[in-house]
Design a protein around this ligand. Structure first.
Ligand code: GUN
Length: 294
């Protein structure tokens, strides 16, 4: 069997087009320009690339884009001051503090300083709680992107056995809530789970968000299962070069799976567009406008 390749780039491009149309409508009908602020502490090269791409996409969609770059040794009080400044700025509707933060900074304190209405990553306890209650407007970007891909490529997931490997605040925990809300039978596994391959082989849909290059092997996958690879790992490609690989051994897995996301070009492409969707939603809610229909 050769799997259907889930084309995240194409799905992202479709959503991006709808967001551009809606942003133009907000501008002409309400003189409202959605604004996204990104905050990066330090100079991790991968984070720099992610943040730059977020800013570029925002600008391409006609959003206002603000970037705050702070040195790696920035004091926590300075960072908190910046976040509060952005929270008070009416032209900024979404704030993204790129994670991870340097070790001397208390991540929870920074998230607590974020206005939940501007928390376009949905990482604050308020937004996590709203998701749990089924009342969230802002949903974490990568899980939201995965749900859109599943909707397009699988359709109704009611009753399906879905395994999420990874329990992070950014992905695993919100993804499990969304899958549960979509009536899947959800299993959460993680680095301490026993006999992961056996758990994985039961899954109709396997979602890998472990952060370990190519850890999920072909013989972990139930034949015909849908495989969603959330990992983005940079590895040595020989000859002084590097390449991106996911958490799944893609080349072998695609001969067993029914459908699979590539890395790059799968889930990653959806994340940024879902961030723009959240910024649009945040701009509407902060201005008393109905939620955009996308
Ligand atoms: N670091 C890696 N992915 C993300 C993300 O989606 N949001 C934030 N804030 N940091 C990240």
């Amino acid at each position: 069997m050769t799997a259907i390749i889930i084309d995240g780039k194409a799905s992202a491009a479709k959503l991006r087009e709808k967001i551009a149309v809606e942003a133009a409508r907000l501008k002409s009908a309400h003189d409202l320009q959605p604004g996204l602020a990104t905050v990066l502490v330090g100079n991790d090269p991968a984070s720099e690339v992610y943040v730059r791409n977020k800013g570029k996409t925002a600008e391409a969609l006609g959003f206002k884009s603000v970037h705050v770059a702070l040195a790696a040794d920035t004091a926590q009080t300075v960072l908190l001051g910046k976040v509060r400044e952005l929270c008070a700025d009416k032209s900024v509707h979404g704030i993204l503090v790129q994670l991870p933060l340097p070790k001397h900074i208390d991540e929870a304190a920074v998230l607590d300083a974020l206005d939940p209405a501007k928390d376009v990553d949905a990482l604050t306890p308020t937004n996590a709680g709203l998701l749990l209650s089924g009342r969230a407007h802002l949903v974490s970007c990568t899980p939201a992107g995965v749900m859109l891909l599943l909707k397009e490529y699988v359709g109704d997931i009611t009753g399906k056995d879905v395994l999420v490997i990874g329990r992070s605040l950014l992905f695993g925990k919100p993804a499990a809530q969304l899958l549960l809300a979509a009536n899947a039978t959800v299993t959460m596994a993680h680095s301490r789970s026993r006999d992961l391959p056996a758990i994985a082989r039961r899954a109709d849909i396997l979602v890998a968000a472990i952060g370990k290059p190519e850890m999920v092997k072909a013989d972990w996958i139930k034949p015909g299962a849908t495989v969603i690879d959330v990992g983005i790992n940079r590895v040595d490609a020989g000859g002084g070069k590097t390449k991106l690989v996911g958490d799944v051994d893609y080349d072998a897995a695609k001969d067993v799976a029914g459908a699979i996301t590539p890395v790059p070009g799968g889930v990653g492409a959806m994340t940024i567009v879902c961030l723009m969707q959240n910024t649009l939603i945040a701009a509407c809610t902060q201005n008393g406008l109905p939620l955009p229909k996308l």
